[in-house]
Design a protein around this ligand. Sequence first.
Ligand code: TXA
Ligand code: MG
Length: 331
Amino acid sequence: MAHPASERDVDLAARRLRAGGLVAFPTETVYGLGADARNPDAVRAVFRLKGRPATNPLIVHVAGVEQARALCAGWPASADRLAERFWPGPLTIVLPRSGAVPDEVAAGGPTVALRCPDHPVALALLRAFGGPLVGPSANPSGGVSPTTAEHVRRAFDERDALVLDGGPCRVGIESTVVSLAHTPPRVLRAGAISAQDIADALGCDVETDAEAVDSAGRALFSPGRFASHYAPAAPAELLDRADLLAELAREGGTRRVAALVFEPVDVESVDGVAEILMSADAQAYAQRLYAALHEADETRPERILIERPLGAGALWDAVRDRLRRACAPRG
Ligand code: TXA
Ligand code: MG
């Protein structure tokens, strides 16, 4: 059973970080793989453990605006407005970086991505450690993000990364990434905070390429520049319900199939199929999405079929973005 991180666990974790070690920590979005953002060796260890391409920069977690400022070449009024309105919370702000950010963190680029997470354990860790922490999602690169401590433990050895347990993540999908290094500001990754929320807070237009797709329906905006992301081990397909039911009728009982669906499917066709019921509520769906993909993988299916959500709204758009990537061909 999960045991929540105690003050002593947090202190031990902070000590591990000071020694250049790695600590997986809970946030409101997904679990992060933490390391001292000022220590290039520790940051390189994060890239190594995740198998992450050195060209993909890391988000830096901060305890608040004061720490964030020190990492930026300038802190505009727009950043203050966003931080006041959305921090701590699921918004990552990209700004030109200061000399305090190692090249490794920024993947050699001119900017840094900053976020103050809204989770008591993450904030306790940041306070105990007393400095900024890099925190990519605590999963092997390209795979499904972890939303429980158990997901992290299954992916990484405790000797490589200490895991702080903070229970299941509340939001369930990664933070919105907005660049203030662009004019007008630009949403680089969709999340629970919408482009409209950001535009309202700033009182200006905000561009979004979060929904840009190519002719094959693949997302183009990825800050990581990879179409395939958040991918389960088995190939996944996004289908309208009628097509999904037709596939199940064909495959049921003959191949191992896992299906994420909104309503139970006909019992006749369920034979040989692991059915995972999803909520029609966007928040509940997002909260459970990665756990559902992890569960689907555990049934060792040959295929994962996902019923396409048709709901309107920014959170559904963010969910569909993750689903498109989970289903994108790898390579
Ligand atoms: O919710 C989250 O943001 C989680 C939790 C742990 O905080 N973290 C997370 O990190 O999702 P990661 O590394 O899995 O995703 C970071 C994304 C990547 O797509 C990366 O390319 C982008 O943010 N990113 C990082 N630094 C950037 C920068 N300087 N400019 C543009 N994009 C950046
Ligand atoms: Mg990630």
